[in-house]
Write a protein that binds this ligand. Structure first.
Ligand code: SAH
Ligand code: AVI
Length: 330
């Protein structure tokens, strides 16, 4: 008789975030808001409301990265599945895994798909994706990780066949250059000689196109930007007035990155109850909330090389807006 595998047998979700200090927000607020140039790391955008706002950003006509990366995946996933022969896909910052499904389907069509390992800080998304995918793919095992990909990569299970580690959407661009290379080195440790890194990176282009993508007419990116203040209010008992901050998005030519900031519209003092801390803002003082680096193929190759990785394929759209790269250990 065939062994019976239930849906429950095929799903495991482990949460490595500590109770109460999800995403180590308190440390980042204390560190980032007491500096002369205020800054918060972008991972704190993504509570449930922030994750919904990000999904809405992806639907905005100005925000080209998602639809361009999706188009590349639609066109090239069969080739990626064949080239890698991968039976498992480990994905960092998996979110709702909408684009990932294109690749998972190609791996299923190639007859190799066995396991998917999504990693994200937002618990609800990891659980929903895990449940949906085992329903969609009979025989697929999902090992979900709720955690911080900068702190919890050691919990990625041992490989169970040829592996693709995917980091899509351009999220690598949200790291500063030094930490980006350090992070790529950590990622490289998840790869054996037969494995591949599949990396989505946004490309350098006309700054007007980039700036519009981060300042959509419907104001969704502005709401996403202000959401980080709502997260601090809710989780650290703070009294930010998000509407008193203006959304700022500009392209820095020299550094080749898009920068998002929140600009105080007036002088104000914000109380962070959980830290017993008061933070003063001068009129027009800015708080940096995100950088989003844009790459040239050369810089991408250099960053990969610095992590001991070699570019095997660079897949782009005809307008060279966005790139998906496949690389492997040298
Ligand atoms: N990969 C998806 C989502 C990109 S949005 C896409 O391409 O559309 C970035 C995702 O990374 C969000 O789901 C966010 O919750 C997650 N994320 C951001 N910083 C993270 C971190 N440090 N650790 C784990 N997940 C993180
Ligand atoms: C997740 N990350 C790649 C997005 C980006 O484009 O840098 C986040 C984002 N910020 C504003 N819009 C989208």
């Amino acid at each position: 008789m065939e062994p019976v595998t239930t849906l429950e047998d095929r799903v495991v979700v482990r949460n490595y975030l500590g109770a109460g200090d999800e995403r180590a927000l308190a440390d980042d607020v204390l560190d980032g808001l007491t500096r002369p140039f205020k800054e918060l790391p972008p991972k704190h955008f993504y509570d449930a409301a922030g994750a919904d706002l990000f999904d809405r950003i992806c639907e905005q006509p100005e925000y080209y990265p998602t639809r361009t990366e999706r188009a590349i995946l639609v066109e090239r996933s069969a080739e990626i599945a064949a080239l890698t022969g991968a039976s498992e896909l480990v994905e960092l910052g998996s979110g709702t895994a909408v684009k990932t499904r294109i690749l998972l389907q190609a791996m299923a069509d190639a007859g190799t798909l066995e396991r998917y390992v999504p990693i994200d800080v937002t618990e609800g998304m990891v659980r929903d994706v895990a449940e949906q995918l085992v329903e969609e793919h009979p025989g697929l095992a999902v090992h979900g990780i709720v955690g911080d990909f900068e702190r919890h990569l050691q919990h990625v299970p041992e490989p169970d066949g040829p592996r693709i580690v995917a980091f899509l959407g351009g999220t690598l661009g949200n790291f500063t250059p030094g930490s980006r290379r350090r992070f790529l080195r950590q990622l490289a440790k998840l790869l054996r000689p037969q494995d591949f890194l599949l990396l989505g990176t946004d490309l350098v282009k006309d700054p007007a196109i980039i700036e519009a993508a981060y300042d959509d007419a419907a104001g969704v990116t502005a709401a996403f930007n202000r959401n980080v203040l709502k997260v601090v209010n809710a989780e650290l008992d703070a009294d930010f007035d998000p509407e008193a901050f203006e959304h700022v998005a500009f392209y820095d030519h020299e550094r080749e990155w898009l920068e998002m900031r929140l600009r105080a519209s007036r002088k104000m003092s914000v109380h962070i109850g959980a830290l017993g801390l008061d933070i003063d803002f001068a009129p027009r003082e800015e708080l940096r909330t995100e950088i989003s680096a844009k790459f040239t193929p050369e810089r991408l190759r250099d960053d990969l090389a610095a992590a001991g990785l070699e570019l095997a394929e660079l897949l782009t759209d005809t307008d060279r807006m966005f790139a998906l790269s496949l690389s492997r250990p040298r």
